[in-house]
Design a protein around this ligand. Structure first.
Ligand code: PBG
Length: 326
């Protein structure tokens, strides 16, 4: 018998057979929409570097979530932009802080029809823009920050968050948050840990979205991971699961598909990937110039993240993709 030259192409010949044999399927319920809510504004405020994404008022946020729920989206993650920032980021754990107000509103409006997640960090709330408390010598104090993370978790859970998602990359943060939640009776509040989070240049547009500028031209390399490292991610993920994470995350997504794929082989807990602001902005910018077919690239890239092993994808394309996937 000669080599079957036509074999691989037989199953590509029609759309129907391609659908039948597809190894990866992207569904609306794989998507989690990141949403921003800003204190002290009366109308939604467009974010220039994230076309189509806005800083919401509490009421426009509620409307947006309603529309996403109608499209079949099962998860959202909320980020707060407070009016006032201070050295300890008090808006993050103030029971009347903007995120807590928004969480209460969403919880009341949507009950259990959507999983409400809250990003758990200090950087949106601190005047220096770091994810933790800054000590006198200018370094971020890991252990003092953990106490505040516990307070944020309690404030978020009390306001109705189903899931706290710590993104600050402090060592021991998952255990500190789990302990704080359990002690206050929030044993049903889950933790989605940003476990393998890199110090990435791809977070640029997000900083505009939350009005964060790191003081003195600083960066997060002393707590977020070095992009040169791979094995370190697996250690971070193992630690977070041992500390009690219910779900773990790799972030950013596309540039770290090797990490995502290895994490998939290693763990059995649900695995998330965050297609971050810079990944979204690049697609939007090139599409705006007519250089790429934006919706097609968005679909291809999100599928690639799913194929590499993500169970859930946090993406600013959530609404657009959900419309396409109806
Ligand atoms: C920290 C946080 C960041 C993002 C999510 N949570 C910013 C950072 O670590 O500097 C980035 C998300 C994105 O770029 O889309 N609270």
């Amino acid at each position: 018998m000669s080599f079957p030259q036509q074999r691989l192409r037989r199953l590509r010949s029609t759309a129907a057979i391609r659908d039948l044999v597809a190894e990866t399927r992207l569904g609306v319920d794989d998507l989690i929409a990141p949403l921003f809510v800003r204190e002290g504004i009366t109308d939604p405020n467009p974010i220039e570097s994230l076309p189509g994404v806005v800083q919401h008022t509490v009421s426009s946020l509620r409307k947006e979530v309603g529309e996403l729920v109608d499209l079949g989206i099962k998860g959202i993650i909320v980020f707060g932009v407070p009016l006032h920032k201070d050295p300890t980021g008090s808006g993050a754990y103030d029971p009347d802080g903007i995120v807590q107000i928004a969480l209460r509103e969403l919880r009341d409006a949507f009950g259990s029809s959507v999983v409400i997640m809250a990003d758990l960090c200090l950087d949106e709330y601190t005047d220096h823009g770091h994810c933790g408390l800054v000590a006198d010598d200018g370094t971020v104090d890991n252990d003092a920050t953990l106490d505040l993370y516990g307070e944020i978790a309690i404030a978020q859970a009390e306001a109705g968050a189903d899931v706290c998602a710590p993104s600050g990359m402090m060592d021991g943060q998952v255990m500190a948050i789990r302990d704080a939640l359990d002690e206050d009776g929030f044993d049903q509040t889950a933790i989605l840990a940003y476990s393998a989070k890199y110090a990435s240049a791809l977070y640029g547009p997000f900083r505009e979205a939350v009005d964060v500028e790191i003081a003195d031209g600083g960066d997060r390399r002393a707590y977020q991971q070095d992009p040169r490292n791979f094995r370190e991610s697996l250690e971070e993920i193992r630690n977070d699961i041992a500390e009690g994470a219910d779900m773990v995350m790799v972030k950013p997504a596309l540039a770290y598909l090797d990490v995502l794929s290895a994490a998939r082989s290693m763990v059995d807990v649900p695995l998330a990937a965050y297609q971050v602001s810079g990944e979204y902005a690049m697609v939007k910018a090139a599409a705006e110039r007519g250089w790429i077919d934006g919706p097609a690239v968005a679909m291809e890239q999100t599928l690639a993240i799913k194929r590499a092993g993500a169970d859930m994808i946090l993406t600013y394309f959530a609404r657009e993709l959900a419309l396409k996937l109806q």
